[in-house]
Design a protein around this ligand. Structure first.
Ligand SMILES: [Zn+2]
Length: 67
């Protein structure tokens, strides 16, 4: 569960993405909140609990996992 600050400006710029879990492969298993290309808050997989940390660039982070 992610709780936003009471700031409407932040909310407006926030993008929500559903991605497949890079660990267990759950389809749309992780809901990621993103702003300015960086993740907001920890995003955990519903299935396995794999967590994407706050403040990372999502695409780079996922690319690094594949290496
Ligand atoms: Zn998973």
């Amino acid at each position: 569960m992610i709780v936003f600050a009471d700031c409407q400006d932040i909310r407006k710029m926030t993008v929500i993405k559903e991605i497949d879990c890079p660990k267990c492969g759950a389809k749309d298993g992780i809901e990621v909140f993103e702003r300015d290309n960086q993740t907001i808050g920890d995003s955990a997989c519903d299935q396995c609990g794999f967590t994407i940390p706050e403040g990372v660039v999502l695409e780079s982070y996922l690319d690094d996992l594949k290496k």
